[in-house]
Design a protein. Structure first.
Length: 374
């Protein structure tokens, strides 16, 4: 917080105290030299002692009133005492409420001017102008520093609010990060372990030695996925393999559970960011799982198309289809399409679903490809 206004007010008050002490001492010495040593000594000492009691008393206005009364009394003994009015201007403005303080300054100005003219025995313009200028300076300086102090308080309050807002923002970001991480893990579990377990259930229900072997293989793959999910969250299919090879393994898994699945790679393959390849792979896994579980299809076709700046993955089947605006509600459904859209959204991709009841379904995932072949 900027402490400049407070420092300036401290300097102003110290200067005010020093000015008051110097003017009182000078007036006391000159009064003593002028033939009133007891008035000078006792008056000066008494006025300084009473002034020093100011910070210790709670009745500040009574204290100020007695101080002003003592000053007026001593001003009768010499014009030098009249000069003490200048630090009294600041005292009135600091101790009294603003309107009352300004009125008090005006009254003290008239008293000081009258005192000067009474001691000189004539109407003197300078005796009037001097106190008026001093009063004006005191009013302006006090107003300026009051404004600075108010601005400092406003800045302190604004800073407090800003720090509070930053704290709330950090907490909100932390919560949003935690929610995003939970959603990401939910997608990983849905697209890997859940689908693997679903395939195992499907194979066990079908029975037969071949299906049992495939179920065992799928269970082992799901176990590997769960371990990889816990460690690095990198799909086993992509571990050192191109995306096309990973998709070939996925389509091969679909073939083993009875879905005639073909993979077509169009264009010249090139490496994509890992996050993009993971997204496309999970979309393929999720789409084929939906086909096996819900579409009642016998054939599916997966097409991976590489184009300059964009890669598209299409999955089409000859199943019973559905209304894209009202996805089928049933066991295991509801999270697949939203999971796909969430994954693709994280890498800047989009998902388009086309389907008509009784005429099959087609799904198209398109992602930007920032890495181009050299």
């Amino acid at each position: 917080m900027d402490t400049t206004p407070n420092s300036a007010m401290t300097v102003l008050r110290k200067a005010q105290h020093g000015l008051f002490a110097v003017l009182v001492i000078v007036a006391a010495v000159r009064t003593a030299q002028g033939g009133s040593p007891w008035v000078g000594a006792l008056g000066g000492a008494g006025l300084l002692a009473w002034y020093a009691l100011g910070p210790l008393t709670k009745a500040r206005m009574w204290w100020l009133g007695i101080l002003v009364a003592g000053w007026i009394t001593l001003s009768v003994y010499g014009a030098d005492w009249v000069w003490v009015a200048f630090p009294l201007f600041f005292l009135c403005l600091r101790v009294l409420p603003t309107p009352v303080g300004q009125v008090a300054v005006g009254v003290l100005t008239l008293i000081a001017a009258a005192g000067f003219m009474w001691h000189r025995g004539a109407l003197d313009v300078a005796a009037l102008v001097g106190p008026v200028i001093g009063a004006a300076v005191a009013i302006v300086m006090t107003a300026v520093y009051d404004t600075m102090r108010a601005d400092a308080a406003a800045r302190a309050e604004l800073l407090k609010e800003l720090l509070s807002a930053q704290k709330k923002l950090r907490e909100s970001e932390r919560q949003a990060g935690a929610i995003g991480e939970r959603e990401r893990l939910a997608r990983e579990i849905h697209d890997t372990i859940t689908q693997g377990l679903t395939s195992i259930v499907f194979l066990l229900q079908a029975g037969g030695r071949t299906h049992l072997d495939t179920a065992l293989s799928t269970a082992q793959a799901s176990l590997d996925e769960s371990r990889r999910l816990i460690t690095a969250l990198t799909p086993a299919e992509l571990n050192g393999r191109p995306l096309a090879d990973a998709l070939k393994r996925v389509t091969g898994d679909s073939m083993r559970v009875g879905l005639d699945t073909a993979l077509v790679v169009d264009g010249t393959p090139y490496r994509l960011p890992t996050s993009t390849e993971v997204a496309l792979l999970r979309v393929a896994q999720g789409a084929l799982a939906n086909v096996r579980l819900h579409a009642r299809a016998t054939k599916a076709r997966v097409t991976l198309t590489y184009q300059p700046g964009v890669v598209r993955l299409d999955i089409a089947d000859n199943g019973q289809g559905f209304d894209p605006h009202e996805p089928p509600v049933g066991k295991g459904s509801g999270i697949g399409l939203s999971s796909m859209r969430g994954r693709l959204g994280e890498v800047g991709g989009i998902l388009i679903v086309e389907s008509t009841p009784g005429e099959g379904s087609a799904l198209s995932a398109t992602v930007p490809a920032p890495e181009m072949p050299s």
